[in-house]
Design a protein around this ligand. Sequence first.
Ligand SMILES: C[S@@+](CC[C@H](N)C(=O)[O-])C[C@H]1O[C@@H](n2cnc3c(N)ncnc32)[C@H](O)[C@@H]1O
Length: 231
Amino acid sequence: MSRPLFQLDPRLRLCADFVRPGARMADIGTDHAHLPVWLEKQGRIRSAVAADVRTGPLAKAEENLKRYQTEHISVRLSDGLAKILPEEAEDIVIAGMGGELIAKILSGAPWVRQEERRLILQPMTCAPELRDYLRQNGFAVLREEAVESRGHVYSVMLVCWRPGQPRTGELYPYIGMLRPETAAARTYIQKQSAALRVRGNGLCAKDPVEARRLLRVADQLEHLIPKEDLR
Ligand SMILES: C[S@@+](CC[C@H](N)C(=O)[O-])C[C@H]1O[C@@H](n2cnc3c(N)ncnc32)[C@H](O)[C@@H]1O
């Protein structure tokens, strides 16, 4: 008998909610394969490839496929998208990695540049670098939400290739499409502002022009947050 299904933490749950119903999906950097197992067991996807660059996580993924008796998930050793076929991956989740690694994985697979494909990206670090990469390479962020999980706040982006309308604006790399409409988004924006302030203050002597720019962006971000919500 298969086990009762586990709950996803709010971060992975938001990634799951961005996957289109009935999609063939690939989870890159799957670790325990929690995301594809949960999606299959909820009847939300047609199939999944649970991929990881390391054999240790894949062994745990295999165990979970057996434990939860999945039928439409295959496990694959793959550096990024190298061993994934385009037809297996209408929706691609890359979650829980640094933003620069996510950008590198996307640049290694030119076939992700198709308007009908969806990318669900959740950087742990370097989100501004990832957003810069996306806007410079013809990717549009269709939707972005922040989520708080285990004392941290994360951003999840739904992305597709849509060249010709690059997002600009000084705030875009730092908060993307997030607006201060939820408590999690306000926390995210405030944390970005605080981080820029620290960087700006640290650069005052070495690069005063860049320091002024960072402090100006930090001010603009802080002004987005209603005073009563400032922590
Ligand atoms: C912190 S875990 C994230 C697991 C899950 N995606 C999540 O968000 O909770 C990162 C996983 O990405 C894998 N990984 C790192 N670099 C990778 C690459 N280039 N290609 C595929 N997987 C990679 C690691 O082996 C690890 O299992």
